[in-house]
Design a protein around this ligand. Structure first.
Ligand code: PSU
Ligand code: MN
Length: 306
């Protein structure tokens, strides 16, 4: 992607990229819209330290005052966490207007991939990605995250997709758009809160070096898109499928009954699931993000050797 004057890479991030050292991008919608304050800020700061402990430089990404930031200060993370839903959730279609107006935006998987790529960052860790929503055959609600994965060469390490989505259709969409879905140490797509979903991934890879080799080949082949690494939640943090699936079904029914649509759907469902499980899902969510940050940092370190 060409250089652009809206981008501000933090000095530490710019230097690491220039020297070919490992860097891991992190998103900010998960901070402003995905978790409540103050757990969101605590989690975001802890994720950064996990990335460091595993040998990479963290670059939390957001839009602040119309600037595309790759690498935030702890004060900036606190600001985004406290402002919460008052920060615009910024997807691809929002970037130009936010930049032109000098406004703030919390970056989704889509915009975090875009800004990471502009800054020369190849690996990105998050919790869950957006996908094809249940009922998309009539609502056409398909996350821009899937389209971005097909056109931006960044590896996204996530814990699979939540069954607030239609997982089967999400995989079909990714296949159509040529996005490889890798299971880390598993043949089965993890479903975020649980390690299993009943759906198969395309490939199982068992080491950070193996993930790095696959992504390196993708870059060398000049393939346009990214790669989706799905990392199962640690067993001890995973939830009972009956409990979580009941909460998800109830959340989806409430969203339908209240006519929730568009960009509000995902944050609404995430918040409802959290309420319905009495906060247990938030604990699981935090642990799986830590787990993904660890794997992403180790993979970025391997990629830097190739
Ligand atoms: N799914 C989660 N947690 C999240 C999100 C999705 O389990 O925090 C956020 C991510 O930022 C993702 C965005 O990119 O929601 C997708 O929103 P939408 O479905 O509106 O595209
Ligand atoms: Mn949507």
């Amino acid at each position: 992607m060409p250089y652009n004057h809206y981008l501000d890479a933090a000095p530490e991030v710019a230097q690491a990229v220039a020297e070919g050292r490992p860097v891991v991008a992190l998103e900010s919608t998960i901070i402003s819209h995905g978790m409540p304050y103050p757990q969101n800020v605590e989690t975001a700061l802890k994720v950064e330290s996990i990335v460091r402990e595993n040998g990479a430089v963290p670059a939390t990404i957001a839009i602040l005052g119309g600037r595309l930031k790759a690498g935030l200060t702890p004060e900036e993370i606190e600001y985004l966490g406290k402002k919460g839903h008052d920060v615009a959730k910024a997807s691809r279609r929002d970037l130009a207007v936010l930049c032109a107006r000098g406004e703030d935006g919390a970056t989704t998987v889509t915009t975090t991939m875009m800004i990471a790529h502009m800054a020369g960052i190849q690996v990105f860790a998050t919790g869950g990605i957006g996908g094809v929503h249940r009922g998309a055959e009539t609502t056409m609600d398909i996350s821009a995250d899937l389209e971005e994965l097909s056109q931006t060469p960044v590896m996204v390490v996530c814990a699979g997709a939540k069954s607030i989505l239609d997982l089967g259709l999400t995989l079909e969409y990714l296949e159509t758009h040529g996005v490889p879905v890798i299971g880390y140490g598993t043949r089965e797509l993890p479903a975020f809160y649980t390690r299993k979903s009943g759906f198969a991934v395309d490939y199982e890879i068992d080491t950070p070096a193996g993930l790095a080799a696959a992504f390196h080949a993708s870059l060398e082949l000049g393939l346009r898109g990214g790669m989706l690494v799905t990392n199962p939640i640690p067993e001890e943090s995973s939830m009972a499928p009956e409990v979580i699936n009941k909460a998800i079904d109830e959340a989806v029914a409430q969203a339908q009954a209240q006519g929730i649509h568009g960009k509000e759907t995902t944050p609404f469902l995430l918040a409802k699931v959290k309420d319905l499980t009495g906060g247990d899902s938030l604990d699981s969510n935090i642990q799986l993000v830590f787990n993904n940050a660890r794997l992403a940092a180790q993979t970025a370190a391997e990629l830097a050797k190739l």
